[in-house]
Write a protein that binds this ligand. Structure first.
Ligand code: SF4
Length: 269
């Protein structure tokens, strides 16, 4: 039976969302509310209208408003036909498809249907997740997922609640579960200045990961100032203006924290 879901973007020829050249499909909806969210337009499950205000450059005496609709209901066949168009690139580069969001596990039936179609065509699959989902949902998609890109933000539960709006108990439990039951897991750590990049938090993450199996990589994701401007467009509560991106020196120091794990560590620019 055909499934439909809400998708808000598709990026082709991505080289940052798993191995090789990939198509990344962004599913709408996220149960978290991270104050640094790089995709704030993804949080609501349903399509939404956003307003962009542009000021007239001459003395800023006037402005114009444009409205964008973010997200559209699509069928699994429609998305899969788009995925199939670049099959040759996946085969040549060892790439495939990554499902991201938002939180793709918020639309489990739609996601499972797309993963199944990929597997039927021998296309490598990755799921980029916050890990905030029920065990039943994980079990329904894990058999068709070659690689999990698992975001790990904060180990302290109170800090996690404060900055993402939810407890991390379920997330950490799911990561332990997947490390026992699933294939490869690539950990992604957003380095948000003064929030997730503290020595204490990173040491705790490294300690937590040291007890897990099947961790293939750790990706360190430096804070991207782009999220500020996007957030200003979509949210009103974000106050990240004073935050500064990490220096090369501090990123090298952070990388050393994870070297004892013996896995490949990447700093994304
Ligand atoms: S988990 Fe990702 S998509 Fe969801 S609110 Fe946090 S940063 Fe945004």
């Amino acid at each position: 039976m055909s499934q439909s879901g809400i998708v808000f973007d598709i990026i082709k020829y991505s080289v940052h969302d798993g191995p090789g050249i990939r198509t990344t499909v962004f599913l709408k909806g996220c149960p978290l509310d991270c104050i640094w969210c790089h995709n704030p337009e993804s949080k609501k499950l349903e399509p939404e209208t956003t307003t962009k205000i542009t000021r007239n450059k001459v003395l800023k005496l006037s402005y114009s408003e444009t409205k964008d609709v973010v997200g559209r209901e699509v069928t699994d066949d429609e998305i899969f036909n788009e995925i199939l168009k670049d099959r040759m690139f996946y085969e040549q580069s060892g790439g495939g498809v990554t499902f991201s969001g938002g939180e793709p596990l918020m639309q489990p039936k739609f996601l499972k249907s797309l993963l199944l179609k990929c597997k039927e065509h021998d296309i490598h699959t990755a799921v980029d997740t916050s890990g905030y989902a029920s065990k039943e949902v994980l079990d329904s998609i894990a058999p068709f997922t070659d690689l999990f890109l698992f975001d790990l933000k904060l180990i302290d539960e109170e800090d996690h609640k404060k900055y993402t709006g939810v407890s991390n108990k379920l997330i950490l439990r799911n990561l332990i579960y997947l490390s026992e039951a699933a294939g490869k897991i690539r950990i992604r750590i957003p380095l948000i200045p003064n929030i997730t990049d503290s020595e204490s938090n990173l040491n705790q993450i490294a300690g937590f990961l040291s007890k897990l199996k099947n961790i293939s990589n750790v990706d360190l994701l430096p804070y991207n100032e782009l999220s500020e401007s996007k957030n200003k467009k979509f949210c009103s509560k974000v106050q990240l203006e004073s935050l500064k991106i990490q220096s090369d020196e501090s990123l090298t120091k952070i990388k050393k924290t994870f070297e004892p794990l013996g896995v490949e560590i990447t700093i994304r620019g």
